[in-house]
Design a protein around this ligand. Structure first.
Ligand code: ADP
Ligand code: MG
Length: 324
């Protein structure tokens, strides 16, 4: 099978109905027509075999996740997805693999209403790079830099579940007694919080998606917002049933530093608490208030009585750095 047959067979699907896409796959460029009064939101994520996923991972899950992690970046700005490109390096053409990969990819694309508009295909070590194009009303994107001291800190869903799933898959943790389906679901088919991100527009002062660990990503917001700090109440953290069954130190490690969550972490002034809860409830995702930002830098972990946690080494909660 040649390169063009491959594209035709697995990737040139009928276009979705985005208002922005004027021309999709087949020419030298795709054409997008941004709407008046809006801005394009653009993000790229690369997934490399052996780095971001096991080479023998289920290709359908891989297709889903490659797009989902990009959608999560749009969600974190409050943007609506429209289109994406796919740059794919493949060691060889394995039809069953491509079929499953494409099925997972397009399942995610159709759930979140975005269209594959182009890409590039080449032989090489397995590598998947997606660039996504979304839209926000001009000036309304929620950036990392807008938090103020005294803002509430919120997190969506149940961070830490994917990290627990990874420990099971790598054999570090016994699967017996665990809800493996939901652990692997979180790891393989994360649900980007697109509707929640849009609902938070105009309410959140700053936002980020949690890909490298909750504390590390919260740290990025605090730094971007001028060197704020935070006090996080560990007893307020949302805890999935599978994590509650684990030793407290492991559960905390997964929730605070697990990574691969694709939840949203945002800040917002306490004055919008009720509006924020109502807006997010309509998106069908829980949002939990876990702490407060402070003028003084650094992150302090406290328990429900307000006492700083003893024996917790903040370095353990550092996020993943590819070049560290
Ligand atoms: P070029 O020579 O300009 O790089 P290609 O021959 O690589 O163009 O690609 C032909 C068409 O197929 C282009 O419209 C390109 O965007 C599209 N395309 C190539 N690879 C992919 C892919 N993996 N997914 C979607 N579209 C692709
Ligand atoms: Mg090309």
């Amino acid at each position: 099978m040649g390169e063009f047959d491959l594209i035709e067979r697995y990737f040139a699907k009928p276009a979705g109905s985005s208002a922005l896409v004027r021309l999709g796959i087949g020419d030298d460029c795709a054409l997008l027509a941004p709407r008046a009064g809006h801005e394009l939101a653009i993000s790229t994520d690369m997934l490399v075999a052996g780095r971001h996923f096991f080479p023998d991972v289920d290709p359908s899950a891989l297709g889903w996740k490659a797009l989902a992690v990009n959608l999560s970046d749009l969600a974190a700005m409050g943007a609506t997805p429209h289109a994406f490109t796919l740059a794919l390096a493949l060691p060889e053409v394995v039809p069953a693999w491509l079929e499953a990969f494409s099925q997972g990819l397009f399942a995610c694309a159709s759930q979140f209403g975005c269209t594959l508009i182009g890409g590039d295909t080449t032989r090489g070590p397995l590598n998947i790079c997606i660039t996504i194009f979304g839209e926000v009303p001009a000036g309304t994107a929620v950036r990392r830099a807008g938090a103020r001291a005294g803002d509430d800190i919120w997190v969506s869903g149940s961070p830490g579940v994917a990290a627990l799933g990874l420990r099971v898959r790598s054999g570090e943790l016994q699967a017996a007694g665990l809800d493996v389906a939901s652990l692997f679901g979180a790891l393989d088919r994360p649900q980007p919080r697109v509707a929640t991100g849009v609902a938070l527009r105009g309410l959140a002062s700053a936002m980020i998606d949690v890909s490298d660990g909750l504390l590390a990503d919260l740290g990025h917001v605090l730094v971007a917002s001028g060197g704020l700090g935070a006090v996080v109440d560990v007893d307020a953290l949302p805890m999935h049933a599978s994590l509650r069954a684990q030793p407290a130190a492991l559960a905390l490690q997964c929730i605070l530093a697990g990574g691969d969550d694709y939840e949203l972490c945002c800040c917002a002034p306490p004055t919008v608490r009720d509006r924020l809860s109502a807006a997010v409830a309509a998106s069908g995702v829980t949002l939990t208030r876990i702490g407060i930002t402070t003028a003084q830098g650094g992150i302090t972990l406290i328990d429900r009585h307000g006492a700083p946690l003893q024996g917790i080494d903040a370095v353990r909660f550092k996020g993943y750095d590819h070049f560290d």
